[in-house]
Design a protein around this ligand. Structure first.
Ligand code: M6R
Length: 615
């Protein structure tokens, strides 16, 4: 939620900060701003709108000189998205400038106090309060910027990743984090600060990821001093070598990141099981599970906490875990779980699923579960993310960076990891036979090729998208393993095309939603051969007799549904537990093409952001 980027060094800061903002725009895109220091003047330009709007405005408004710069791309929390509420924010004296990702919860009380002391505020933001609080500390306590930031942060409640610059001390930027990510890129005589490493990947492979509760003074020509915000103790920073490369964060010839990421799924899935699964030997190795096997396999219950698409992956996992490992599973929206005084015991295992590893509700749910003695296991995509660090153990999905706001390859790789875990547990517990286990592994190995085949329906899906692009509503139906896929298909359509869509278990239709069906209503039905096929065919009959338009996702070669449906999209055959990895693909493409045909911003849908680090 909001992207921050900063540079201090020997190069022109503007192009670095601007490019960095473009790469971080997935984190928020309702306004943007940049501040630059050219050795004597601190200049700023900011605007409601996207980074492209900022570029147009900034270059006609201020000079772009300067070797220090701070930039921000915003997803509004406090104060509507407008020019004034955009970041950066100056302090009252104009000496300090700040960028902030997060929320200062007690900003109102702090603001009242500062007003009494004569401070004035231009914006409605919590961030402007923070920068003035820092200024007030400098004046009152006569301390340097680093110390002032520390004292001020110890008076705040909330979450933040901040970068602050003081024009009277132009050789340093002070950064701090609590609950929002912050990486420092360490170059030759230059430093970068950013919400993730993408803004500086072409300049350096060395990065320091601040831990929660840490701050750093980044000093030009010198070093990075890291401290604990609470007690001022010095921390020896760990400089990590990044595995990220530029290609991974660029569109690679695709029109949108979402389309690129949909097509990356064959590789993302095989990257996720490669090195873990030896199909011919019948082995799965996952350190996070192996090292904690007794604890996880003997769990009285597995509780899965997640949000959005990750929650849908959790629902698929519920079927797999119960089916294969015979462990009872509950799947919870993290935001509900954390606020309803859940009953959790030391015998429970809580699995948090999160692409970003930064989702605030999922993070809070994990903390709560740990406090109550449960074992916390993380399934995250972003290496080193907050949730991956907070959990007792975990397994990464190796999807690579997912930049499109609509989650695609994260979903299928989450299912891949969760399937491997279920199979491992099932084997350990003896709830799956060796031959069945081996068969699952062999079938998993065939999935990337089958995903490639599913992607070949793209032309047909474009035709379907064209036909139904103006439909105001759409229903998605599935049963068993494919019920969560129906939910996921509906979410994809809603979030990028703004068409109202609902996912339902197909059998639930007759308990209400069937009343919605008329000749205008497209109904996407997942009707693969494995899993309640005959029942789903009956559901299709029910829709047809009410004149609904049927778009069916079927197993290759199916003739029965073809007779009934308006459109049929084929996916290759596989075992039931793995069908979600294939049936999801046409639904992703369908929503993508409809959104493109409607002229929507596919990668940055309105009101959304890639990682939701606020409650
Ligand atoms: O990073 P996370 O997986 O924790 O994110 C959870 C949701 O915010 C996310 O899946 C969201 O629903 C996506 N925009 C869906 O495409």
């Amino acid at each position: 939620m909001c992207g921050i980027v900063g540079y201090i060094g020997h190069r022109e800061a503007y192009p670095i900060v601007l490019k960095g903002l473009q790469r971080l725009e997935y984190r928020g895109y309702d306004s943007a701003g940049i501040a630059l220091f050219d050795g004597s003047d601190l200049k700023m330009s900011k605007t409601k709108g996207k980074v492209a709007d900022l570029k147009a405005r900034l270059e006609s408004e201020i000079s772009t000189d300067g070797t220090v710069g701070l930039g921000h791309t915003r997803w509004a929390t406090h104060g509507e998205p407008n020019d004034v509420n955009s970041h950066p924010h100056y302090s009252n004296s104009g000496e300090l400038v700040i960028i902030h990702n997060g929320i200062i919860e007690n900003y109102d009380a702090l603001k009242k106090e500062l007003k009494k002391r004569g401070y004035t505020f231009k914006s409605d933001t919590d961030t402007e309060v923070l920068v003035n609080l820092i200024e007030d500390v400098i004046k009152k306590e006569n301390v340097k910027l680093g110390k002032a930031v520390q004292i001020a942060l110890n008076q705040t409640v909330g979450a933040y990743a901040i970068a602050v610059f003081n024009k009277s001390k132009p050789d340093e930027i002070v950064v701090a984090r609590l609950g929002s990510p912050l990486a420092i890129g360490v170059g030759e005589d230059e430093f970068f600060v950013a919400s993730d490493a993408s803004p500086f990947i072409e300049f350096t492979n060395n990065a320091i990821y601040l831990e929660d509760g840490e701050m750093a003074v980044v000093r030009r020509h010198k070093d990075v001093r890291v401290r604990k915000i609470k007690d001022d103790s010095l921390v020896d920073p760990y400089v990590q070598e990044l595995q990220l490369n530029l290609e991974q964060i660029e569109k690679g010839g695709y029109e949108h990141f979402m389309l690129k990421e949909i097509h990356e799924q064959p590789n993302a899935i095989s990257d996720t099981y490669r090195g873990r699964m030896l199909a011919d030997k019948g082995i799965i190795r996952m350190a996070g599970v192996d090292d904690n096997m007794e604890r996880i396999a003997n769990a009285k219950r597995i509780i899965i906490v997640a949000c959005g698409t990750s929650w849908h992956a959790g629902l698929v996992a519920e079927y797999i875990f119960e089916d294969i490992a015979r462990i009872p599973v509950e799947v919870e929206y993290a935001s509900e779980f954390r606020y309803r005084n859940p009953i959790i015991s030391e015998n429970d295992v809580v699995i948090a699923i999160s692409q970003s590893g930064e989702t605030a509700d999922t993070m809070a749910a994990i903390k709560l579960a740990k406090e109550k003695g449960a074992f916390a296991f993380g399934v995250c995509n972003v290496v080193g993310s907050s949730i991956s660090r907070e959990t007792n153990a975990g397994a990464y999905t190796h999807a690579g960076p997912e930049i499109g706001v609509a989650s695609t390859k994260a979903f299928t790789t989450q299912i891949t990891v969760l399937t491997l875990i279920a199979l491992k547990l099932g084997k350990f517990k003896g709830t799956i036979s060796q031959s069945d286990f081996q068969f699952h592994l062999q079938e998993m190995e065939r999935i990337p090729e089958k995903v490639k085949e599913a992607l070949k329906s793209d032309n047909l899906i474009q035709e379907i998208a064209y036909k139904y692009r103006y439909a105001p509503n759409c229903l998605y139906l599935g049963r068993g393993y494919n019920f969560p896929v129906a939910l996921e298909g509906a979410l994809k359509l809603k979030e990028i095309s703004y068409i109202h869509a609902e996912g339902y278990p197909a059998a639930e239709m007759k308990h209400g939603p069937i009343a919605l069906i008329d000749e205008q209503m497209p109904v996407v039905v997942i009707a693969t051969k494995k899993g309640h096929y005959e029942k789903v065919v009956s559901n299709i009959q029910e829709i047809k007799s009410r004149k609904g338009k049927i778009i069916a996702v079927v197993t290759k070669g199916d003739e029965e549904v073809r007779e009934l449906a308006d459109y049929v999209i084929e996916v290759p055959e596989t075992i039931e537990a793995l069908t979600p990895l294939l049936t999801t693909i046409p639904l992703q493409l369908l929503s993508y093409h409809i959104a493109v045909m409607l002229g929507k911003n596919v990668d940055q849908p309105r009101n959304l952001a890639k990682s939701v680090t606020v409650e």
